[in-house]
Design a protein around this ligand. Sequence first.
Ligand code: ADP
Ligand code: ZN
Length: 756
Amino acid sequence: MNLVPTRIQLNRPLPPLTYLAPEGLPAGVRVRVRVRNSLAVGLCMGLEPTPPSAKLRPIDAVIDPFPLLPAKLRELQAFAARYYGCLEAHLLPLSLPQALLPHWEADEDGQKLSFHRERGAWDVLAELGEAWHRDPSLLPTLLHRTMIRGAGFTEVRLTGAPHPPRVTPAQAKLLLALEEAGGSLMEPELLEAAGVGTSVLGTLEKRGLVQRLKRVDLLAQQREAGVDRTVVFSDEQQAAFESVALGAFAVHLLQGVTGSGKTEVYLALAEQVLAAGKRVLWLVPEIGLTGRLLDRLEARFPGRVAVGHAGLNAGEKHGDVVRLLFNGADLFVGVRNAVMAPLRDIGLIIVDEEHEGSYKSEEHPRIHARDLAIKRAQLEGCPIVLGSATPSLESWQAAKAGRYRLLQLRLRPVGVSLPSVEVVDLRDVYRLLRKKVILSPVLLEALTGVLARGEQSLLLLNRRGYENFWMCRACGKTLGCPHCAISLTYHRGDFRLRCHLCAHETVPPEACPDCGAEHLRGVGEGTEQVEEHLNRLFPTARILRLDRDTTRRRGSLEAGLLAAELGEVDILVGTQMLAKGHTFPRLTLVGVLNADQGLKVADFRASERTFQLLTQVAGRAGRAEWPGRVILQTYSPDHPAITHALGQDFEGFAASELPFREGLGYPPFTALSLYRAEADTLPEARAALEDFRQRLSVPGLRVLGPLEAPVPRVKDRWRMHLLLKGGRGALSEVLARHPLPSSGLIQVDRDPLQFG
Ligand code: ADP
Ligand code: ZN
């Protein structure tokens, strides 16, 4: 066997190493190599064209019978590494579960490998690899049996079977916890509440005392039959469907309000692609909010759907990615990182809610999944559909300029009505009542009416906590975080002032720490206070608050939304997490308590985000036989973000916003690269950027800064920004020509979305 110099990428944030490997070893195959005295798993990245002169070691063994990473995906990673200024090694973990590229150590003679945590997944994979070798057709079944526990959350219920005379103490704990919760709980919550392990649950299930229901089944059970009734397309849907040509790269922007039938179009396209033996990559902004979509997919394509969970436990996550590796699934649904999923032969990519900020990673590597999805479609030579009611202005402008194909759904299907939207001018309310109120008289009256009719309301306030900050009325100081340059938020539930950027919290002081006066005042109500206010006003109403504070536990957001969907909640109050994705059948009133909130942020996208949020939350109200009403409370009723949201008029909004962007030279008319420096002192951060700026030698750039970041200190680190404006090509050239200083003080953020 002829051995040749080969690049081997280890699972470490370093460039590949060079080893001798058999000629023709395909890239994407895992190998075992020796690194100093231990063994490690690496990924073959292909031939090394310029091997170092030092003597090379041969690899130890080839692990896989076929490449884990498809060639097109490796091309995508190479592109992304160049574009975002990172190593390919930074991107590998997005494609392969940690278990498949473990760091591991071996004893001296390299015989016994000691895995720390992930042994299970590894063993199964090795077994599967062998089986695959023997008979590829066996795999799907094999996978189903061994690894796949299915998508979604599991609810545990008491079956009502007669209580047996004897149970173990652990079983008793679990049964009691269930009783206390009213007979049912999501599995992770139950195990936490009872403080017992899964095996106890398994035993009780075998004894017939409890029953486990996958959430998908559960929803299907509750809902009226025919989740996947086949629809007859409207003319617009038909036109959109027909203009997406399979088998060639093109970007399509599908614009239509919530409920206009975009998903039905995606489903029909996916069906065609799957029938042709190709695969579908389907990106969604948040997996927690896609229960209904998963139902629809599973109903339409039974057994062919895999889900990329972010933040679920390792087993579930690996299960579905491993299925992909072995072609055990044809449609992959996932959030941001799913754009790097090891899916082969893609025939269609869908990016739903393409405008959502969650597609952009706010940690290194700061990839944008929508943009990479477009690149991936180009590499695969397949169409991509970006869908939204309120497209990003970047995508909208590209469609207007003819680079993307615009498909619009202007009509809602029969039986679905647009809600009526009205504005309450909070300045008038203040003049009338001579005080600040949470609920204006109009909203209060509407809320009372809805409660009386047994319908649901949703109140949105994009600020959690009880009061936004505390201020001393004697000296005017606000109570700030000692580690960050922001004020502390008061949480009444556990009587704490808390920093929303770091973990700092403190018991609220009696007196001002600066001047000693006992004149501390809370300013700016948050969701916690609204909830309390509502409880006082409507003591018998069932009120549910959903925000980051109440949904920390895994599954609790799901459970809350499910309760609302099943009509067990009268008033939902919460932050923007309520605006997305879900439809509550009996929701007839949406109130936005302070529509201006997002407008005050110093960010050129403030208007765009506000418009998106208001349009989205308004779209929650009113389905079929329940006409909806939306009330926006605002101090600036004439702001374009608000006036256009009233009529859900995306095009009007875009027309008013784009000239402003063009005038100031902001995206979509130029591209941005944000260089962020972080250091122990401000001068240090500034010096790093000054130095970088001095050396810049790429023409056609506008350079702004270094400037203090809007929040100049976070977790005791000082932050400065340097903003580069210019064409994408010039910004890429900066990355290629000006490597970041090895001090690690500077990070680059291409196409930044957050400037905080
Ligand atoms: P979107 O993705 O734009 O929010 P959906 O595709 O989810 O919209 O459609 C909203 C609802 O209307 C769904 O229940 C869907 O089944 C239904 N629907 C969509 N298109 C049609 C149609 N042509 N005829 C009847 N019902 C439809
Ligand atoms: Zn802090």
